[in-house]
Design a protein around this ligand. Structure first.
Ligand code: NAD
Length: 494
């Protein structure tokens, strides 16, 4: 597969790709040129132009008009259109998955899953369109007081590179279901699939032209223009805490509220009475899926003391069997890191930890047996470190790579203190056959999502979000929908 083949199939010029979906059209950017490298080979993959200031303005203006048309349509009809939008993806699943795999460097089977999730999100939130009732408040005066939920208007959304289609559908679906238009900027590293997705959704659902705008470009150009645009009424950001702060500050300048879905340093707590085989495979999947480039990655393994003798070795042997390879190979379970900067940051954190006394149990270098063409790709073998202390950077910073640190704990209290000991608060897990104990510990974790005897399951039906440096606000489920509307209280003299 080549990017050019896909671009051709979607009517784009491979030499000057139209990476933006603006006012119902695929259009080329007008800003500076951006070159993307293939994560699997390090070779040039795609060149495109930053959307630029004018393009963002055009997308927002089109969204303002489209939102008026959208809200004039009955709620039940809007629901049908969002169902149709989901159906618009039919027949494109494979090409979207292959294109994403190529650019993001993710195993193609994971990318297929992402397209399926986008459909699910649109189907789920389509069902909410005609179920967002207001309420009547029994006020102590003679008034009739009722509360309506009204959309913000146009929301601005900024997403990262680790799951481009997933995050795009995740935030677009509730935004539209609540009656908004949305302009979204994907990561500059993964620009194409979101634009194609938006085209298919908007056309499939016969949505008003411009209801979805996708503008691709850098954070400090296109991203900044979007977050400071006067017609954007709410900001939703998925990405790192550093950028999250900038987004919230940009919003604060105009008193525009934000939702921040940020990073994590999630603890996977294993008690000695856990079902050990399940815990080994659970701990492995928690960190090495998506090569650790997942916000909920279980990157800190907390083992009860007695497990320290065998568990780490078993996990290391299991990690060494993970099929690391080219993303388009169906047998691949772990691909490269997405970009060179990410790989070098991961190496730096590992080297620093080892210099401070951590022990490399496995990994720390590229896997052996990679095909020759992958020699300059951004690969790292599954990596496990022991002798890690809670004060080390590797125990506190989000690595966003296939790197697990193992630390021991004595008892429940110790486990909770260690787990809650970072600035993050996104997710975590507790493994024990004693359900009462597992629940007791789970309820003390300051995280938005916690699993008991499992890891990583999420659903569009259930709220998701963080505490502390993992952000605020919630996505998914009814809570995720409510982030996209505000109540208005109406008083009628009777
Ligand atoms: P990032 O913060 O570097 O970039 C995210 C987005 O912000 C990109 O689109 C980027 O172009 C944009 N951006 C950068 N500067 C900007 C500015 N000044 N104004 C406007 N936009 C700007 O994050 P990343 O490296 O792309 O993604 C990895 C991070 O995302 C990790 O921390 C990961 O945990 C997090 N993440 C969180 C969730 C979640 O739901 N909590 C999900 C996926 C990823």
């Amino acid at each position: 597969d080549t990017v050019a083949q896909f671009l051709d199939a979607y009517g784009m010029d491979p030499d000057a790709p139209s990476t933006n979906w603006v006012a119902g059209q695929l259009v080329q950017g007008t800003g500076e040129s951006i070159t993307l490298l293939d994560p699997s080979t390090g070779l040039p993959l795609l060149q495109y132009q930053d959307a630029g200031h004018h393009m963002v303005d055009k997308a927002v203006k089109a969204a303002v008009e489209a939102q008026k048309a959208w809200i004039a349509i009955s709620a039940s009809e809007r629901g049908r259109r969002l169902q149709d939008a989901a159906r618009g993806l039919e027949g494109h699943e494979e090409s979207l998955a292959r294109l994403e795999s190529l650019i993001a460097g993710k195993p193609v089977r994971d990318c297929r899953g992402e397209v399926g999730k986008v459909r699910e999100m649109f189907e789920y939130y389509a069902g909410w369109c005609d179920k967002q009732h207001g309420e009547v408040i029994d006020v102590p005066t003679s008034h009739l007081n009722y509360v309506q939920r009204i959309p913000y208007g146009v929301v601005g959304q900024i997403t990262p590179w680790n799951a481009p289609m997933f995050t795009c559908g995740w935030q677009l679906a509730p935004a539209l279901a609540a009656g908004n238009a949305a302009v979204l900027k994907p990561s500059e590293l993964t620009p194409l699939t979101s634009a194609i997705l938006a085209m298919l959704l908007e056309q499939g659902g016969r949505l008003p032209r411009g209801l979805i705008g996708i503008v691709n470009g850098l954070g400090h150009t296109t991203g900044k223009t979007l977050t400071s645009h006067p017609d954007i009424a709410k900001l939703v950001f998925v990405g790192s805490p550093e950028t999250g702060r900038r987004i919230a500050e940009a919003g604060a300048q105009r008193l525009v509220p934000s939702v921040l879905e940020l990073g994590g340093k999630s603890a996977n707590i294993i008690f000695e009475d856990a079902a050990i085989n399940d815990a080994v495979s659970g701990a492995q999947a928690a960190i090495f899926a998506a090569a650790g480039q997942s916000c909920v990655a279980g990157s800190r393994l907390l083992l009860q003391e007695s497990l320290m003798t065998e568990f780490p070795e078993r996990l290391a042997r299991a990690a060494e069997t993970i099929a690391v390879g080219l993303p388009d190979d169906e047998a691949t379970r772990m691909g490269p890191l997405q970009n060179a900067a990410q790989l070098s940051r991961v190496h730096q954190l590992i080297d620093e930890a080892v210099a401070q006394g951590a022990t490399l149990l496995t990994g720390g270098k590229p896997p052996t047996h990679l095909p020759a063409e992958a020699a300059d790709g951004y690969f790292l073998a599954p990596t496990i470190l022991t002798d890690v202390t809670p004060d080390m950077a590797i125990a506190n910073e989000e690595v966003f790579g296939p790197v697990l640190v193992i630390m021991p704990f004595q008892d429940e209290e110790d486990a909770v203190a260690l787990a809650n000991g970072t600035r993050f608060g996104l997710a975590g897990a507790v493994w024990s056959r004693d359900t009462g104990k597992a629940m007791r510990v789970a309820h003390q974790l300051r995280v938005g999502t916690v699993w008991i005897n499992s890891y990583k399951t999420i659903s569009v039906m259930s709220p998701f979000g963080g505490f502390g440096d993992s952000g605020y606000g919630r996505s998914s489920g009814p809570d995720g929908l409510h982030e996209y509307s505000v109540p208005r209280s109406v008083w009628v003299e009777t």
